[in-house]
Design a binder for this molecule. Structure first.
Ligand SMILES: [Zn+2]
Length: 300
């Protein structure tokens, strides 16, 4: 397949050369030990190859299913090869905008926008299940504050709670960034109950020792630097982001950061595919009607 406009998107290695290879990769990940019927758990099946995506028919209850059911790829009309290219491009250090993706894989802007949001959704939902544990640092911080300008007040900065695990050298490992809704402006801070709600939702308390930093002048600097880096990077890739999808983009940032800590490019790609296979897709309608995140403290 001819791919246009990719010359400036190196390094970029296709692990999969054609549609068939992508399909087999998806089937192998769905059923690593061979087919299991989702209805009756029988393992015998016949494979029906007459469709674009092969169907598997259970040998006992005759239920038909495909490897794409229950994944972000379910119901897609886009060739898996294009999805797989999008997954590789998503993993570039800076990510990729919908406009550039649309050029890179030759689809409309709307399709590229939807593909990226579906991947982002899978990464965010998957990551939400993984609690922080061990030595955990939590900051009350601000997203969108320009540290190079000596302005006293940044009216558009959004209050966030940031948390991370640290390794033995004190470097942040897994990171989570959570917007505190309806709190904007650099004079605002997360309240105690918002910090507690973050810890309740994202930290395994039994296995953790949590250190909380809630005062501006003594935040945990390595974590603060990550919040600034997230802002700079998201701004340069996507331009200004509204509140509606901002939490999803923050999840994308922390998810990609975590994925990129994988040992090899291949294991990074496999982990991302695993996320996309484990999370059912979000529809276009759900995306456009999505409300900005509800207050954690209000939900808790
Ligand atoms: Zn069955």
């Amino acid at each position: 397949m001819e791919v246009r406009g990719l010359t400036d998107l190196q390094p970029f290695h296709h692990r999969f050369q054609n549609e068939q290879a992508c399909l087999e990769a998806v089937i192998a990940m769905k059923w690593p030990n061979g087919f299991v019927c989702p209805r009756c758990e029988h393992t015998g099946c016949s494979r029906l190859n007459s469709r674009r995506v092969p169907l598997f028919e259970c040998g006992r209850c005759k239920h038909q299913t495909s490897a794409l059911v229950g994944t972000i790829f379910e119901g897609t009309r886009l060739p898996l090869l294009k999805w797989f290219m999008a997954l590789d491009l998503f993993l570039l250090p800076d990510g990729i905008s919908a406009l550039r993706l649309s050029q890179a894989i030759a689809v409309t802007y709307k399709t590229a926008w939807l593909v990226l949001h579906k991947i982002r959704h899978a990464v965010g939902e998957f990551d939400a299940r993984e609690l922080l544990y061990g030595e955990v640092k939590v900051n009350s911080d601000q997203y969108g504050r320009n540290p190079s300008r000596f302005e006293v007040v940044h009216p558009h900065a959004s209050v966030v709670v940031a948390g991370c695990t640290v390794n033995e050298s004190g470097e942040p490992q897994q990171v989570k960034l959570e917007l505190v809704p309806q709190k904007r402006g650099s004079d605002k801070r997360a309240a105690r109950r918002e910090l507690t709600a973050f810890i309740d939702e994202h930290v395994d308390r039994l296995l953790s020792e949590v250190q909380l930093f809630s005062q501006a002048f003594r935040l945990y600097t390595p974590l603060r630097n990550i919040v600034r880096e997230a802002w700079k990077l998201l701004k340069s890739t996507y331009g200004p982001l509204g509140q509606k999808h901002l939490q999803a983009y923050l999840n994308e940032y922390t998810g990609r950061r975590w994925l990129r800590m994988s040992e090899t490019e291949e294991s990074m790609g496999q982990k991302l595919l695993q996320m996309c296979m484990a999370i059912p897709g979000i529809s276009y309608r759900q995306l456009i009607t999505r409300q900005p995140k509800q207050s954690l403290a209000a939900v808790a």
